[in-house]
Design a protein around this ligand. Structure first.
Ligand SMILES: Nc1ncnc2c1ncn2[C@@H]1O[C@H](COP(=O)(O)OP(=O)(O)O)[C@@H](O)[C@H]1O
Ligand SMILES: [Mg+2]
Length: 468
């Protein structure tokens, strides 16, 4: 197999101060826990620890080389000494991008980035060698590492780009140099750092900076900031705009769908061509993500009929809507695990899924919500604003935790009120003891709200996986 990187290529890309070798690398990582044989290990300065601490161990575990910026006396193996390891990672990412002949897509948006990226990975990898960002590797480290991992033989590459603060997207977009860029949507996520939805839209549009010739922008036709994004895309020199959504003028248009617990049957018109497919992930939000992904696949030059067929295999991932059936008492419970993230748009999407999920006989719908973080001064209003959607979800009891959820608590109908607690730890046991066989339980909150504590308590109280 051709190596991902040879030491000669690394030398050209990084212009190191000093270097030992030769070596051939099959992977690139900065994560000391994940480093394995053949990896290039980048010793990055983390928030709490400096990666240099792990260099000796990484080499002992078979890393092909370690990229360092200061001496590591006990290191045995190949080292690449540079002035700045973070800058060196960006250089390797750029070199990975520069040598690639793949068709490249970049994905940003307030919600649905990872879901859309993973749908694209499923579609494209069935057609040709494809490389896509791992998990949500979408920041100043995740993007260059994903580019550095792009195999030279890849025909398609899909890269997620995220932001928490203004100015973060453009430099990452310029590294990716995509042919096709998609903004899944613009919603109030991280609005605390961004100020307004318009500011979020303006930031997302920086995805279109530095794209390759003939660039295509795929935009959500149903989003209230569509026109604004079109203007930005044109200003960045994008040559073709593709709209997706329910809107009748959308180029990739959702015509009809039948939503079920286990997925959806979808009819779409993609540039006038009727496509029907089964989607393996539940919820209308997933249907729209799949239409978006089809629009991107078309723009990349993939076969859209085959791409649509691949969507049957696409499932929501753990913490992002993955469903689990757990043995419980004399029966089972169904767990909708959305513990990874939350903002108003994704909570509403989840509530719509909960409303359509039928409990087993004797069971109820139970809802657990933790604070949605980073919503700024309007945070309480965004939390209280969920009341109607919570009522419509059909939840028999609602368990809330976190200071902002107090605002929602006051809006709930008395019949739905379970308890409100300051944090997920205080709530976990109460949720677990409230459960009974037949229940459907949905758990959602921002990562910082630590809702996984409650997922774990539920798992511990259950008799384990029962299979769907
Ligand atoms: N188009 C969408 N609209 C609303 N919610 C969505 C959408 N796509 C995914 N979600 C939900 O949002 C959460 C985050 O999804 P994910 O794809 O990981 O987004 P991101 O990568 O943008 O953070 C999940 O709980 C998921 O179910
Ligand atoms: Mg993500």
């Amino acid at each position: 197999m051709t190596p991902l990187w040879t030491s000669d290529e690394v030398a050209r890309a990084l212009s190191p101060v000093a270097m030992s070798g030769p070596f051939e690398a099959t992977g690139v990582t900065f994560d000391s826990r994940a480093v394995g044989p053949g990896d290039i290990f980048f010793a990055l300065a983390g928030e709490s620890t400096d990666g240099h601490v792990f260099v000796a161990d990484a080499l002992a575990r078979g890393a092909a080389a370690a990229v360092i910026s200061r001496d590591v006396p006990d290191a045995v193996g190949n080292v690449v000494r540079v002035a700045d390891t973070m800058a060196a990672l960006v250089d390797l990412g750029r070199a990975g991008r520069a040598r690639s002949t793949a068709r490249i897509a970049s994905v940003t948006g307030s919600v649905g980035k990872t879901s859309t990226k993973d749908a694209l990975r499923a579609m494209l990898s069935a057609q040709a060698p494809t490389s896509a960002s791992t998990a949500s590797f979408n920041n100043h480290v995740g993007v260059p590492i994903s580019l550095a991992r792009l195999p030279r033989e890849a025909r398609y590459g899909v890269f997620e780009i995220g932001m928490n603060h203004p100015g973060e997207i453009e430099p990452l977009a310029r590294q990716v140099e995509a042919h096709v860029g998609i903004v899944t949507n613009v919603e109030p996520a991280h609005i605390g750092h961004m100020g307004s939805e318009e500011a979020i839209a303006d930031e997302k549009a920086c995805l279109f900076a530095g794209m390759r010739e003939g660039a295509v922008a795929v935009l959500n036709r149903d989003n209230r900031h569509y026109e604004r994004l079109v203007r930005h895309a044109r200003n960045f020199g994008v040559s073709r705009i593709v709209g997706f959504g329910r809107n009748e003028t959308a180029d990739a248009r959702l015509v009809a769908c039948r939503l079920q617990d286990s997925g959806s049957d979808v009819q779409a018109l993609i540039h006038g061509r009727r496509i029907e497919y089964r989607l393996g992930a539940a919820g209308e939000h997933w249907v729209l993500n799949s239409i978006a992904a089809l629009a991107v696949a078309e723009a990349l030059g993939a076969d859209i009929v085959a791409a649509a067929a691949s969507l049957a295999e696409v499932k929501a991932s753990p913490g992002r809507g993955a469903r689990r059936r757990l043995a419980f008492g004399s029966g089972t419970i169904e767990l909708l695990d959305e513990s990874y993230n939350a903002n108003p748009a994704s909570v509403r999407a989840m509530l719509a899924v909960l409303a359509r999920t039928e409990p087993a006989p004797g069971g109820r719908r139970l809802l657990v919500l933790g604070d949605m973080r980073e919503l700024g001064e309007q945070a309480d209003a965004y939390h209280a604003g969920l009341a109607q959607a919570v009522a419509a979800s059909g939840a028999a009891r609602v368990f809330l935790c976190g200071p902002h959820m107090a605002a929602l608590w006051h809006e709930l109908a008395a019949a739905q009120k379970g308890v409100h607690r300051p944090d997920s730890e205080a709530l976990a046991r109460e949720v677990a003891t409230a459960l009974r066989a037949g229940d459907v339980l949905a758990i959602k909150g921002s990562l910082g709200s630590k809702m996984k504590v409650i997922v774990d308590a539920v798992l511990a109280a259950s008799g384990g996986e029962a299979g769907l």
